[in-house]
Design a binder for this molecule. Structure first.
Ligand SMILES: [Zn+2]
Length: 350
């Protein structure tokens, strides 16, 4: 399997986040990608290539132009204002307020374009987010060119980023960028399956009214689990996308047998759209050892997950999302990717 990776990801390194009422080191760190890179290298998964495509074009289809401009400029504005530390929001437009146009103040803009307090912006954030977009567009292009599978080894993750907002460590919707690239490359329909522990609210949002990119997600029940306000079973799409979203919330403590049943259901459902390709939002925070999640998958379950993903029989782009048990991240990622390769017999396409 071809792996696309850029060291530019390390430019985004959040120093802190609010967790359980305290300021703690960010769970989302460059170390995560480094560990996965070490593991895919040691496993000889396939050639590791740098990105060669500009991911901003597909990103511009999914994200609002004012939001992209905000991401590009907010750090300079923050610095110009003499602010110390990292840029982070502390006030949001809740449902009791009337949404208006983009506000002017720094803190108001940060709140306007985000939905939670776990995600900070620093000097390298925009560059790292752009590099992740480039990685995803390149990985999708590799699949457009005939590869059976490609792995976008990137961060910061993307599936919580919506048309006009960041949060959940995400800025640009990486999986969406991969799917849009596949659409632009000639795929009539592209399925997106999100197996991260947390609901892919951003991916759902960017495709909610589109019928060409069916989206399925298995995740912790949002009544208990972040991002809380998205991912319920009755969210099924709208307009041309009506019926093209499937949410399968599962209870905290879910183990492999229950998970596998939901996974099979999601794959059958996606297969019903007869997609030309599959994008997998590969979050590995379903692992029992994850510090901020609540499923109970074990390392031995991840190859099984990869085998089942191969059963769809479609060219597949894997996009790295969450997973915060950093020291276990590499072997679990290789477990999924290796399971996919052995089940699909695509090792020869390396
Ligand atoms: Zn997650």
């Amino acid at each position: 399997m071809i792996v696309i990776h850029s060291p530019e990801h390390a430019r985004h390194h959040s120093q802190c986040e609010v967790h359980n009422g305290a300021l703690v080191p960010s769970f989302e760190s460059p170390r995560r990608a480094e560990i996965v890179l070490e593991a895919v290298t040691a496993a000889d998964l396939g050639p590791i290539r740098p990105p060669s495509a500009d991911g901003l074009a597909p990103a511009a289809v999914l994200h609002r132009v004012d939001y992209l401009r905000f991401l590009e400029t907010i750090w300079n504005d923050w610095q110009s204002a003499g602010r110390a530390g990292e840029a982070m929001a502390f006030s949001w437009c809740t449902h009791a307020f009337r949404p208006r146009q983009e506000p002017l103040g720094l803190d108001a803009r940060l709140g306007y374009y985000s939905f939670c307090v776990d995600t900070t912006i620093n000097a390298g954030t925009w560059g790292a987010a752009r590099s992740a977009a480039d990685v995803c567009r390149t990985a999708a292009a590799v699949v457009c060119d005939g590869a059976a599978g490609a792995f976008a080894l990137c961060r910061p993750p993307g599936h919580h980023a919506g048309p006009g907002y960041f949060g959940g460590y995400c800025f640009l919707n990486n999986a969406g960028i991969a799917a849009q690239t596949l659409r632009d490359g000639g795929c009539a329909r592209v399925a997106v399956l999100d197996v991260d522990f947390h609901h892919g609210n951003g991916t759902q949002d960017v495709f909610y009214q589109r019928g060409d990119v069916p989206f399925a997600s298995l995740h912790g029940d949002p009544r208990h689990c972040f991002p809380f306000y998205s991912g319920h079973a009755d969210e099924t799409g709208a307009g041309p996308g009506a019926g093209a979203t499937l949410n399968l919330p599962l209870p905290p403590g879910t183990t492999w047998p229950t998970y596998a049943e939901a996974l099979d259901h999601a794959l059958r459902w996606l297969g019903g759209f007869d997609p030309d390709a599959l994008v997998v939002s590969l979050g590995l925070d379903t692992f029992a050892g994850d510090p901020i999640s609540a499923f109970r998958l074990e390392t031995d379950d991840f190859p099984r997950l990869g085998e089942r993903l191969a059963s769809l029989g479609k060219p597949t782009v894997f996009v790295l999302e969450g997973g915060y048990a950093a020291e276990d991240l590499g072997r679990n990622a290789v477990g999924v990717l290796g399971g996919f390769e052995s089940a699909s017999g695509s090792g020869g396409n390396r």
